[in-house]
Design a protein around this ligand. Structure first.
Ligand code: KIV
Length: 280
């Protein structure tokens, strides 16, 4: 948290990216990101759900633990999934505690100080660092009327700004700002002393976050604000096509990729098989 704060003070941009398993966590850590987010986006990206609403705290614990096993240098933030913090403060503390026990350094909740000030305060009291998330909060897409740009009107912009400002007041250590008009993100970034990390909210933030599968070209319909830096889908499809062709043509496994018995052991086996056949 101290490093992230220092980065804001020095105007060094913070890099956050999602990862949901050990291999990916190792790779993104080797690339030098500052924060690994084990996002509940895993529900859509990995598990094939149509939204994040079906993701459970057990799913999150399993994936946070997988990321933690990579022992990254980067901070690990575990997302609190839908209905793991809304119903009561004590459930929120209990569930956030499970993510920390699984290896997260901090948790993220969708909402700011206006909606979840009591939760942010209680988590902080329990020693659990909290990242808030304002603007488009995908767990509330039904109430918001879909996955849409937030803060286009002055009154909605003010609501988003208030959520962020009060998140800092209640003790959040950083705020994700998702899919808002850039003016909203810029205003929040200037008002807060804690870092803002944006997705789809423009460049005037202390950092940026993307879903790693969007970056790698692994998602069929990525959001308009993501950027694809390579196309792993094509690379994977071609590799598997090559493998399938080689199997069908008898080219795989090739010389040097299979191992046998010692000659005398093989001969022994043949006579044992002959004996067995005689007995039957
Ligand atoms: O779940 C997630 O991956 C997120 C990011 C998109 C911020 O919350």
């Amino acid at each position: 948290m101290k490093t992230l704060l220092e980065k804001k003070e020095k105007r060094e941009r913070i890099v956050m990216i999602t990862a949901y398993d050990t291999i990916m966590a190792r790779l993104v850590d080797e690339a030098g990101v500052d924060v690994i987010l084990v996002g509940d986006s895993l529900g859509m990206v990995l598990l094939g759900y149509s939204s994040t609403l079906q993701v459970t705290i057990d799913d999150m614990v399993r994936h946070v633990a997988a990321v933690a096993r990579a022992e990254p240098r980067a901070m690990i933030v575990g997302d609190m999934p839908f209905m793991s913090y809304e119903a009561s403060v004590s459930e929120a503390v209990h569930n956030a505690g499970r993510l920390l026990a699984a290896g997260a350094d901090a948790v993220k909740i969708e909402g700011g100080g206006e909606s979840y000030g009591d939760v942010i305060r209680a988590l902080r009291r329990a020693g659990i660092p909290v990242m808030a998330h304002v603007g488009l909060t995908p767990q509330r897409y039904k109430l918001l009327g879909g996955y849409r740009l937030m803060g286009k009107t002055a009154s909605e912009a003010l609501e988003v700004i208030r959520e962020a400002v009060t998140a800092e007041e209640e003790g959040a250590f950083a705020v994700v700002i998702e899919f808002t008009a850039w003016e909203v993100a810029k205003t929040i970034t200037e008002k807060l002393t804690i870092p803002t990390i944006c997705i789809g909210s423009g460049p005037y933030c202390d950092g940026q976050v993307l879903v790693v599968h969007d970056v790698l070209g692994l998602t069929p319909s990525p959001p308009p604000f993501s950027k694809q830096y390579t196309n792993l889908s094509d690379i994977i499809r071609k590799a598997v096509l090559d493998y399938a062709r080689e199997v069908r043509e008898g080219l795989f496994p090739g010389e040097g990729m299979y191992w046998g018995m010692k000659k005398n052991e093989y001969n022994k086996l043949l006579s044992m098989l002959r004996e067995e056949q005689k007995e039957h």
